[in-house]
Write a protein that binds this ligand. Sequence first.
Ligand SMILES: [Mg+2]
Length: 480
Amino acid sequence: MSGFRTHDGQHSDRMPIKRSVEEKKRLLLQSQGAAGGTEAVGGRGGEDFAGQAYRRSGGGACAPPRHAADGAVRSPSRRHRWRGGWGWGYDGGAMAALCRDCCIPFRSGPDCPRCGSRRVVEHGELLDLSIAHIDCDAFYASVEKRDNPDLADKPVIVGHPGGRGVVTTACYVARRFGPRSAMPMFKALELCPHAVVIPPDMAKYRRVSQAIRELLHKATPLVEPLSLDEAYLDLSAEARLVERPPAVLLARLARAIERRVGITVSVGLSYNKFLAKMASDRNKPRGFSVIGRAEAVDLLAPMPVGALFGVGAATARRMEEAGITTIGQLQTMPEADLTARFGRFGRTLFLMARGEDGRRVQPDRPAKSVSNETTFARDIREPARLLAALAPLAEKVAGRLERSQLAGQTVVLKLKTADFKLLTRNHRLAVPSARAEILLQVGAAMLEREADGRAFRLIGIGVADLCASNQADPPDLFGG
Ligand SMILES: [Mg+2]
């Protein structure tokens, strides 16, 4: 029988994995009550996240090979080739700079070789980092300024006026005079008597927050909101929905949020949540800051211990009493010493002081499917090599399922032929599973039927029809 069963049980000749991403987006937009929202993820066909037309930079037909974050060189494909080539000024070297206006990476330099903008972020690990923190700049005040342009240059404080009120948000103009979040309103008005005070309109801020979140979800399903105005994003290759470097996606997201929502954000990019958040805080407003592996330890060393995630005023005071004031001091202490003083948190301190943070980005909504795929550097025909490529992908899928305590009832195999024909094959399991060996076994059986000597450029495996992991893999069935 030709065709496949889709995730909602319908018969279809379309590929379920791609469908699942689109389905995810559609359901997401529906659940958030968004109008429209049908533009291509990541701006395929000349649109950015905001659905606005790009200028072409030309020269797209002869794109050079892509140097992926993992070091593999991949041929540009019709699907994956960057619009307009691989970055203006690309000369085969590692690209470490990015224009935040035209969102094109280039090799290095203080200004963009394409548009001349000086809004450039440059970092040796720029294209290797994938955990981000996005933080709206003075969110509530920015929304009020957006809705009333007369306030643009005025000091705006959002908060309940009156003696007992506190400042919820002070705009950057007001901050120059001293008001800060959580400051008593009377004190803020002593410092800045000419401030315009606006009572908070939470319903409005929630709507704006939702609009921003919709844009973030076009880049990755792994969006972890911390509050209305900030979120972590996992843009690693397994998570992101658009095949572009995370730094580029982030620049485009920031630009889309400005264009579509009308407020600015600051972006922090790093290799874990703790440092991504620290990064976004270092360059505000409208910033883009990067903390790489190479500089993390030295960067942290002179900082006060209070800069570490989880070290509040009380812990910082306790540390100070013990003579520990900087992260650099923590870096010199053995782990046993720290656990003796601070219990289990001592281990966290030990790791964080060295720039390590194992926390994952936890999305706020369940995924509809979990899959992993890889594009080969060279097309593969041999069944054994295809199978060898499948095994680590099944492991990754199982790992992701385990971390999110999910399992899937349908195993999906995805293949792309050398001439870009996409094949997907589904197999419904009797019992949902999250085990790598089961996924691989079922995936291998489906692969066996397809690997008939054709050359493939991509292979992927995933599961759909997700359920909680406690409904999966009963031990008596598998002898475990
Ligand atoms: Mg903020």
